[in-house]
Ligand binder design. Sequence first.
Ligand code: RTP
Ligand code: MG
Length: 156
Amino acid sequence: YSANPTTKTEQTFAMIKPDGVSGNYSSAVRKIILDSGFSIIREVLVQLDEDTVKSFYAEHSERSFFPSLVQYMTSGPALAMVLEKVNAIADWRALIGPTDSGMAKVTHPQSIRAMCGLDKQRNCVHGSDSPQSAAREISFFTTKSLTGFIPKHDEL
Ligand code: RTP
Ligand code: MG
């Protein structure tokens, strides 16, 4: 990993979670992504199943909110994306804002979670939190079998 992350082109993994897709925020979030200088390298609309969410969020498996997180993330389609730009990982995390959307509305009112999230669980978007997470999450989605993946329609 570069000592000077601002000069390194990176890929990160982003997702518009089920509340974001069902709330019709996909096009607004995509516009912010593109206006912020990211290229969308891949995107796929997915209906996540329980096993996929449990694996994706395995680091949280012992947390009290885990069953609720699995229920939320399987509640409808999500839009998975690979984003690329210089310093993509940190810049995407900065753009989405803090985990708790209620807090984001107060402390980071310009953030994506302030715009379209609802609370500390239904926070509209995901972003990889480190280069290690980005590599894991991108390969998780790009090597996964296509079962459950929904072909993306043209207009989002
Ligand atoms: P993400 O992984 O989805 O980008 O979110 P994050 O890094 O900001 O937050 P993380 O701690 O990794 O939590 C993963 C997701 O679990 C849900 N959550 N619920 N009820 C709760 O206290 C709680 N805490 C976290 C959120 O959907 C969060 O994004
Ligand atoms: Mg996280």
